[in-house]
Design a protein around this ligand. Structure first.
Ligand code: XUL
Ligand code: CO
Length: 438
């Protein structure tokens, strides 16, 4: 098989002073941070769809990037060329995982039996490449939002036939995920939501989504899938409202339906910001509920109200992300670059430079988060802020050893209580800046 990305070498770490665009400035896979190698802190994954399929099409114009990789699009030869390109790409960057939707890896046929036959053929081809290179699968999923049949969602569709179609796709995507030894299986509820409540039975739709997820768990476990199922929350786009609005909503849904033991969150930065949260917020919500599973690493544009899926370059946000991940003891999943080059960045070289940007940003984030933790001032401040609960009446509250009457009697003895102490936000922000740039 001949080289596809000719002229692009294996990407090496050259250090912060390097001016070579095709080198890592900060991502040094073997460097030890907080007792662990960078590559172990940061299991990066390539998103098949953006990197190997998307050509820059937007609502106003067709592809700018050529992703044919020397084959005719829409054919199985093209599907195989994408596999060749993908594995060369990951090998050159030292990326150890990939993520995929069923329809990313083959041209979908009209008949699902033929689609599944093509999936069998391509998955044999992918598996051989995995064995040859040691590259692994982070997670798989079924695309249940692009085909017109899913215009009203999959589990939330008004049509039982569409629901069955979704079940069939999930079954096959789970088969493939198990075949690849994938660590996770993702539900991104692309159209699981509504455009208007005038035509929507919200409770029925949500119960049906839970039924589909329960069947997926039962089937997955029956074929030996031991990994995590993930919900990837997103508040809107393509639908006006999506049921997996944010981490808190999705976790509540899972608990309501008894699915919380099998599921974790796959948190995407740009989805969290669309929900009106910071990336860090949704990571924290997931972590404190024991459900921080995996991350779709990207970023949005604060001036735009949609999912721009940009490669992450915001070191501040990546730092706070890595602070959450390190504090949570790491991810069971990894960091999937659910990101695409900007439309005018249409060359093969841009594909590499985008990943270098993303990987360097998270390497910086990791090192800066480690520095914040090692510095200790932020963590010490938080601990001290709640010190009134360490003894006396505070300790009784935490231990559950008091009553509202006792607390009211205690309050009677206080006169005017002292103010709760300065939050010192500006001091803490200054500490973070000092650590990032000092
Ligand atoms: C869409 C999105 C998806 C999921 C997988 O916003 O993030 O690509 O990650 O279906
Ligand atoms: Co995503």
């Amino acid at each position: 098989m001949s080289e596809i990305f000719t002229g692009i070498p294996k990407i090496q770490y050259e250090g912060p002073a390097s001016k070579n665009p095709l080198a890592f400035k900060f991502y040094d896979p073997e460097k030890v941070v907080l007792g662990k190698k960078m590559k172990e802190h940061l299991p990066f994954a390539m998103a098949w769809w953006h990197n190997l399929c998307a050509g820059g099409t937007d609502m106003f114009g067709r592809d700018t990037a050529d992703k044919s990789f020397g084959a005719e699009k829409g054919t199985m030869e093209h599907a195989k060329a994408k596999v060749d390109a993908g594995f060369e790409f990951m090998s050159k960057l030292g990326i150890e995982y990939f993520c995929f939707h069923d329809v990313d890896i083959i041209p979908e046929a009209d008949d699902i039996k033929e689609t599944n036959r093509r999936l069998d053929e391509i998955s044999d081809y992918i598996l051989a490449k995995m064995k040859e290179t040691g590259i692994k699968c982070l997670w798989g999923t079924a695309n249940m939002f692009s085909n017109p049949r899913f215009m009203n969602g999959a589990g939330s569709s008004n049509s039982a036939d569409v629901f069955c179609f979704a079940a069939a796709q999930i079954k096959k995507a789970l088969d493939l995920t198990v075949k690849f030894g994938g660590k996770g299986y993702v539900f991104w509820g692309g159209r699981e939501g509504y455009e208007t409540l005038l035509n929507t039975d919200m409770k029925f739709e949500q119960d049906n989504i839970a039924r589909l997820m329960r069947m997926a768990v039962d089937y997955g476990r029956s074929i030996g899938f031991k990994g995590d199922f993930y919900i990837e929350p997103k508040p809107k786009e393509p639908m006006k409202h999506q049921y997996d609005f944010d981490a808190a909503t999705a976790i509540g849904f899972l608990r309501q339906h008894g699915l919380e033991k099998d599921f974790k969150m796959n948190i995407e930065a740009n989805h969290a910001t669309l929900a009106g949260h910071t990336f860090q917020h949704d990571l924290r919500v997931s972590a404190i509920n024991g459900m921080l599973g995996s991350i779709d690493a990207n970023q949005g544009d604060y001036l735009l109200g949609w999912d721009t899926d940009e490669f992450p370059f915001d070191v501040y946000s990546a730092t706070m992300c890595m602070y959450e991940v390190v504090k949570a003891g790491g991810l069971t999943g990894g960091f999937n670059f659910d990101a695409k080059c900007r439309r005018p960045s249409y060359t093969h070289e841009d594909m590499f430079e985008s990943y270098i940007l993303g990987m360097d940003t998270f390497a910086l984030g990791l090192m800066k988060a480690a520095a914040i933790i090692e510095d200790g001032r932020v963590d010490a401040f938080i601990k001290d802020r709640y010190a009134s609960y360490n003894s006396g009446i505070g300790a009784k509250i935490v231990a559950g050893e008091t009553t509202l009457e006792e607390l009211a009697a205690y309050a009677d003895t206080l006169g005017a209580p002292e103010l709760p102490g300065s939050g010192k936000q500006e001091r803490l922000e200054g500490i973070v800046n000092q650590i990032l740039f000092g």
